[in-house]
Design a protein around this ligand. Structure first.
Ligand SMILES: C[S@@+](CC[C@H](N)C(=O)[O-])C[C@H]1O[C@@H](n2cnc3c(N)ncnc32)[C@H](O)[C@@H]1O
Ligand SMILES: COc1ccc(-c2oc3cc(O)cc(O)c3c(=O)c2O)cc1
Length: 365
């Protein structure tokens, strides 16, 4: 029997440490966002020495030496750049700044005020309510029984939507995260998938929240009249910022208003297969009522597309775990999607894996 070499054993030990302490990467990212490091680097022109960065952040002097540890780890993990500078060249703050840390494409997505700032998604993904639920996953696996509830509900005694109903801080976090995700996606949908909206004169964004996506579509494609369907407490008080976007309160399980196209962005992955069939059946009925043969447009993950990178696959399976923990729902592979589409009465579909970890799927009756 072949024995594992010492070099291999030591390498795998390092690999195990990477995985078991990997949560510190998430929490260091959480700290960086909370401390405002991406914005501070942006204000400094995109990069700064450690002394300049700590003064910009106004950290207490006692904590300044520790900032280098946080920044070093985040740079090693590919979240900031680290460039060694000549120590003989004096810096504005007296020559201690031998490394300059800077924004890279990942941390540029965390700069606020830019078109797409995904910091709220980081804060939601690392929120205490999510972390506490994740610590209970093993107990959730061990629990048997009918009427099973997700790990989140097991940990907190209520669903994420229940928690958002009374915890104003969590509610704001979720709304900001979904809003920022939609702003980011909207830019890319307009850039990458404009042809999807050709010939569409009316669109209803089902589960469209505060209308971020619908508003971006109405702005980019003036021929599309948009409406947003969401639950009464979500649309109540939302003021439309575009003349072609209106809001309707309703339950997508009961009724979807007629339109040429129905959009479902990041909605179906919150639901079971059976519920997806019900929702899509209502959507098919909605597009059948117009003069044109309409379509349903889904923005969601299609896990494991061969054109995806390893990073995209990792993001998809992490999102899948998050969906399991929060809602006992899932991210789906093409075969699972296909089964749902056929059961809901659609005849064909087209998947375009052009939105990173998400795809745009067009469904036809
Ligand atoms: C994950 S969020 C997605 C929001 C939005 N599409 C986006 O991507 O930002 C799911 C949305 O579905 C809405 N929703 C949940 N149940 C619903 C129902 N029965 N009818 C209509 N909307 C519903 C929620 O209120 C929420 O706004
Ligand atoms: C009320 O509690 C929650 C509602 C929704 C979600 C949630 O969060 C995200 C976050 C993302 O960065 C991307 C997503 O696609 C989603 C969701 O689809 C989703 O439902 C979490 C808690």
């Amino acid at each position: 029997m072949a024995t594992t070499s010492s070099a291999e054993l030591l390498q795998t030990e390092a690999e195990l440490v990477r995985h078991s302490l990997g949560y510190l990467k998430s929490m260091a990212l959480h700290s960086a966002v909370k401390l405002g490091i991406p914005d501070a680097l942006h204000r400094c022109g995109g990069a700064a020495s450690l002394p300049d960065l700590s003064s910009t952040l106004a950290l207490p002097c006692s904590k300044r030496p520790y900032l280098s540890r946080l920044m070093k780890m985040l740079a090693v993990e590919g979240i900031f750049t680290a460039v060694a500078v000549d120590v003989d060249v004096p810096t504005a703050s007296g020559g201690e700044g031998s490394v300059r840390y800077g924004l890279n494409p990942v941390s540029r997505l965390l700069v606020s005020g830019s078109g797409a700032c995904l910091s709220p998604c980081v804060l939601m993904g690392t929120s205490p309510l999510f972390l506490e639920a994740s610590l209970r996953l093993h107990q959730w696996f061990q629990r048997d029984g009918q009427g099973d509830q997700p790990a989140f509900a097991m940990a907190h005694g209520e669903s994420p939507y229940g928690a958002a109903g009374h915890d104003t801080e969590f509610n704001a976090l979720v709304n900001e995260a979904m809003g920022s995700d939609s702003r980011h996606m909207a830019e890319l949908v307009v850039r990458e998938c404009a042809e999807v909206f050709t010939g569409v004169t009316s669109l209803v964004d089902v589960g469209g929240g505060n209308g971020t996506m619908a508003t971006a579509i109405a702005k980019a494609f003036p021929h599309v009249k948009c409406s947003v369907l969401d639950l009464p407490h979500v649309v109540q008080g939302v003021v439309s910022t575009h003349e072609s976007v209106e809001f309707a309160a309703g339950d997508m399980m009961e009724y979807v208003p007629p339109a040429d196209a129905v959009l479902l962005k990041c909605v179906l992955h919150n639901w079971s297969d059976e519920d997806c069939v019900k929702i899509l059946t209502k959507c098919r009925e909605a597009i059948a009522q117009g003069a044109k043969a309409g379509k349903v447009i889904i923005i969601d993950a299609v896990v494991g597309s061969p054109s995806h990178s390893q990073q995209v696959l990792e993001a998809q399976v992490l999102m899948d775990m998050q969906m399991m923990m929060l809602f006992m729902s899932k991210e789906r592979e093409e075969l699972s999607w296909q089964k749902i589409f056929m059961e809901a009465g659609f005849s064909h579909y087209k998947i375009q894996p052009v939105l990173g970890m998400r795809s745009i799927i067009q469904l036809y009756p």
